[in-house]
Design a protein around this ligand. Structure first.
Ligand SMILES: C[S@@+](CC[C@H](N)C(=O)[O-])C[C@H]1O[C@@H](n2cnc3c(N)ncnc32)[C@H](O)[C@@H]1O
Length: 344
């Protein structure tokens, strides 16, 4: 009982530190602390924030083992080994995800209503919560694509990077803010890249971040994807399980591939069976995100609500039903994902 009590306290502590991490990220406290040890007053001065708030935040951060504290000098330090996880442009920076988590918890009262009355919270309703939480949609994945798209996800498919170097047509389904398309278009000027999403706000962001002429974006429903034009490569990054009709979308994707085309699906690496996910340290957080976002946005459209932990068993069976005869599951550079390499 005592063990469970302290386990629960540490779980609550984790939740609190997550929210305070989002505060530190939004207010530039980590970047300022990365400049070197500072007293509370110095860190407040570096950031232009009120010292009393900064000091209390540092109290939580220090006892929460994110900062260290020297009582002699009264200086707080963000240790060098922590800096890359809380600052900067690499995919290792987990701070933007804290802001995203805070946004997912924004409409919690509405979610409780959904428990009582059914239905769901539509994707569009999250926009004000992203804004209030300081979460920039696509920020985490932008960093992931920058570090891992070409050398990780694409490199997992033998010959894919060569094919893209030579010139191929690629479609990204559920492209969101378009960072995969924009990153790939810059890397492979001989290929063309098309990003499709049903969210006009995401497509507007994708279009304004476009820097390469071989990238284009459109607002469209993936469940109505036509069979022409055909694409050599279709990708879906974390974009199938929260669809209203994932089965229809997979059929449409299969139908829009050229005969020697391939579908690359990056999704969460879990089992479809809860019992197989017990003990996976990423499972509770992923179930939570699935409940707070993936499941409810699909239910809002009267959809299948597969959830983020639809799992490899269900994914393989839906891919086979959609007409993919060969599917290989490859490990991803991010352990929480896996890569489905699907050929017709
Ligand atoms: C979790 S996000 C992933 C976004 C993106 N792949 C990325 O890497 O950031 C899922 C995306 O699928 C889009 N989506 C959901 N249903 C769709 C549909 N039927 N047609 C097109 N896009 C859809 C959503 O608008 C959302 O942008």
């Amino acid at each position: 009982m005592e063990d469970f009590g302290s386990y629960l306290a540490s779980a609550y502590t984790g939740a609190a530190l997550t929210m305070l991490t989002s505060v530190g990220h939004n207010l530039g406290l980590f970047e300022a602390a990365a400049e070197g040890p500072a007293t509370g007053a110095e860190l407040a001065e570096r950031t232009g924030l009120h010292e009393r708030y900064v000091r209390e935040w540092l109290g939580a951060m220090t006892t929460g083992r994110i900062f260290t504290y020297d009582p002699e000098t009264r200086a707080y330090t963000l240790p060098a080994e922590h800096v890359r996880f809380l600052t900067g442009e690499s995919a290792a920076n987990a701070a933007p995800s804290a802001a995203m988590l805070r946004a997912f918890f924004g409409p919690l009262a509405d979610l409780e209503d959904c428990f009582r009355n059914g239905g769901g919270i539509p994707h569009a309703s999250f926009a004000p919560h992203f804004e209030a939480a300081g979460a920039v949609p696509g920020e985490t994945w932008r960093r992931v694509y920058q570090d891992h798209l070409v050398d990780g996800f694409f490199a997992a498919v033998p010959g894919l990077n060569d094919r893209l170097k030579a010139g191929a047509a690629l479609l990204d389904v559920g492209c969101g803010t378009g960072h995969a398309v924009n990153t790939a278009a810059r890397a492979f000027p001989a290929s063309t890249f098309h990003g499709l999403d049903q969210d006009p706000a995401a497509i507007a962001r994708a279009t304004s971040a476009r820097t390469a002429p071989n990238a284009r974006f459109s607002v469209a429903d993936a469940a109505a994807l036509p069979s022409e034009p055909r694409y050599d490569v279709i990708t879906a990054f974390d974009a199938i399980h929260d669809q209203k009709s994932p089965e229809d979308v997979l059929h449409r994707i299969r139908g829009a591939l050229s005969p020697d085309g391939l579908f690359l699906m990056v999704d969460a690496a879990f089992s479809s069976r809860l019992e197989n996910n017990v003990g996976n340290p990423m499972a509770p957080l992923t179930y939570a995100i699935s409940l707070l976002y993936c499941t409810t946005v699909s239910l809002a459209e009267g959809g299948a609500a597969l959830g983020a932990l639809w799992g490899t068993e269900t994914a393989l069976s839906l891919l086979s039903a959609a007409g993919f005869t060969r599917v290989e599951v490859a490990p991803s550079p991010r352990p929480q994902n896996c890569i489905y390499i699907c050929t017709p």
